[in-house]
Design a protein around this ligand. Structure first.
Ligand SMILES: Cc1cc2nc3c(=O)[nH]c(=O)nc-3n(C[C@H](O)[C@H](O)[C@H](O)COP(=O)(O)O)c2cc1C
Length: 336
């Protein structure tokens, strides 16, 4: 049996499979089943900056200035037993920590620089083993330069690092124009790892109602290639922990991410679609593949196909692009 262990954000994990941030972590039983299926750690659903702000505003409106609402205060959702989303989140960290043997990574999601990252301190106090910072930001303002956006991310990370001592990972967008340069900036600012990539759910247009609609779009295996290339490129230039997130549904997807240089492989869509079985199947398939090829450990194969270790590094760069475009052949029977 090969040694599947890996290290992620300084945490020793029994294998590289880590359920990614999804609503599943609201449910203790679901997470216990994932642990039974072999999950090596868990990233919790995010606590959103907007949710925390909303709670603060409501409490301020109704409890600090109750007179302005007259009798309506009698029907308010928060008496002594009112629980803010922050309180529920912290309780869930404690619940998961008390029942799981595997590390728990809490997730903070927001983008403004204004003290909300202080919440990281409370997550740490509640027992989180590490934090994932998801600075989801849509760069749609033509007046904001890419440099300003990068500086903002670094400032946000630094703000968080002033209040927590547990390791922090940053979940990144695939749209940074010079990703390795940016990764070096966050490395210098004290991040312990990066998670590639944040999934940007795309709004759609409903042609019947002519409205913009949001739908959860789950991934497929084809989505792995984006993170796989960037992990292969980054592996040789950073010591940070690298987490691959996006499109891991089968053992082959996970193995490719590890060969490219990932330390852990996150799974979300596959678990939402097929439950804990998806994780145990990936684990079994990975183990089988390693045994068949006589690898003794994950460490032995990790990064062996990164750009740095590739006999032809341009396979991950422009040469591959030229080759792919030149190799297209029209499907049989199609006339142009
Ligand atoms: C229903 C759903 C909820 C998610 N919620 C979060 C979240 O709260 N925070 C976060 O950082 N990512 C969230 N994600 C993104 C996933 O953690 C993951 O990065 C993404 O889905 C790509 O992985 P996959 O291809 O395995 O689904 C969510 C994804 C889905 C499908």
């Amino acid at each position: 049996m090969p040694d599947l262990s890996t290290t992620y954000l300084g945490l020793a994990l029994k294998n590289p499979l880590v359920p990614s941030s999804t609503p599943l972590s609201h449910d203790l039983d679901a997470i216990l089943h994932l642990e039974d299926a072999g999950a090596a750690a868990i990233v919790m659903h995010s606590l959103f900056e907007e949710d925390v702000r909303h709670d603060e505003q409501m409490i301020d409106r109704f409890l600090v200035h109750p007179d302005s609402f007259g009798e309506a205060t009698g029907h308010l959702p928060f008496g002594h037993d009112y629980q803010s989303r922050l309180d529920s989140y912290l309780e869930q960290i404690q619940r998961l920590k008390s029942r799981l043997a595997i590390p728990v990574v809490a997730s903070l999601n927001g983008s403004s620089l204004s003290g909300w990252v202080e919440l990281g301190k409370e997550m740490q106090a509640a027992g989180a083993d590490a934090l994932e910072l998801n600075a989801w930001y849509m760069p749609s303002d033509p007046k904001v330069s890419s440099e300003a956006i990068e500086d903002h991310h670094v400032a946000l990370l630094k703000e968080l690092k002033t209040v927590v001592s547990i390791p922090v990972s940053m979940k990144l967008s695939p749209f940074f124009s010079s990703l390795p340069h940016f990764v070096h900036q966050v490395e210098a600012a004290g991040v312990a790892g990066v998670s590639l990539f944040n999934r940007f759910f795309q709004p759609d247009i409903d042609l019947e109602t002519l409205t913009v609609v949001d739908r959860v779009q789950l991934s497929s295996s084809a989505d792995t290639l984006l993170a796989m290339r960037w992990i292969a490129i980054l592996r040789g230039s950073t010591k940070l922990s690298l987490a691959a997130t996006g499109g891991v549904h089968g053992a082959e997807d996970a193995l490719k991410m590890l060969l490219a240089g990932a330390d852990v492989v996150h799974m979300a869509s596959a678990l939402l679609k097929r439950g804990p079985q998806a994780l145990s199947e990936v684990l079994a398939g990975m183990t089988r593949w390693l045994e068949e090829r006589e690898y003794t450990s994950v460490a032995q194969m990790k990064g062996s196909m990164s750009q740095q270790n590739s006999p032809n590094p341009s396979d991950f760069a422009r040469a591959a692009y030229l080759h792919v475009l030149g190799s297209f052949t029209p499907p049989a029977g199609v006339r142009y």
